[in-house]
Design a protein. Structure first.
Length: 159
């Protein structure tokens, strides 16, 4: 019998048969990889918050009345985090089959707190519902121009 005690040092595999042992990644590579992963996670969190977080402005329809076969009167309320900024809301109407039959942009002037608005939509078919599609602070220039033009035409205020 062999009286030599078993060795506690690991046996080396023959390099010619198994190849060189794999090197562990350096500490620098691990730190850079971790930093990149944290950066990607941070960017993803910001994008998700902007897309799914609290909305700075929203509109909700409060009532509608079908006034004829080709028009509907829609009342809606606008809630904003900054009521002193002008806004635009897109309202729409749908027919019985679900098709959109009317759409309009409504200028929402600066106000204090939530504001109630009423507008009339012309439709291409008989409407069955009116609703607010969405609101934004990005007001097109032509809506601002038309809001500043006095009824019946005339000159816009300068300034």
């Amino acid at each position: 019998m062999n009286d030599t005690p078993p060795s506690t040092t690991p046996r080396q595999r023959p390099v010619g048969r198994y190849g060189a042992p794999a090197r562990r990644p350096s500490r620098r590579v691990l730190i850079v990889s971790l930093g990149v992963a944290v950066g990607i996670g941070l960017v993803a969190s910001i994008v998700a918050y902007r897309n799914f977080g609290a909305q700075p402005i929203r509109g909700e329809h409060t009532a509608f009345e079908i006034t004829s076969d080709d028009s509907i009167e829609l009342s809606f309320q606008v809630h904003r985090d900054d009521p002193e900024r002008p806004a635009v809301c897109v309202v729409e109407s749908r027919a019985e089959n679900g098709d959109e039959v009317g759409r309009r942009e409504v200028y929402v002037p600066p106000a204090e707190g939530s504001a109630n608005h009423t507008t009339t939509l012309r439709t291409s078919q008989r409407p069955v519902i009116g609703e607010v599609f969405g609101c934004s602070y990005e007001v097109p220039e032509y809506l601002i121009d038309s809001a500043l033009t006095p009824p019946g035409g005339g000159m816009r205020p300068s300034g």
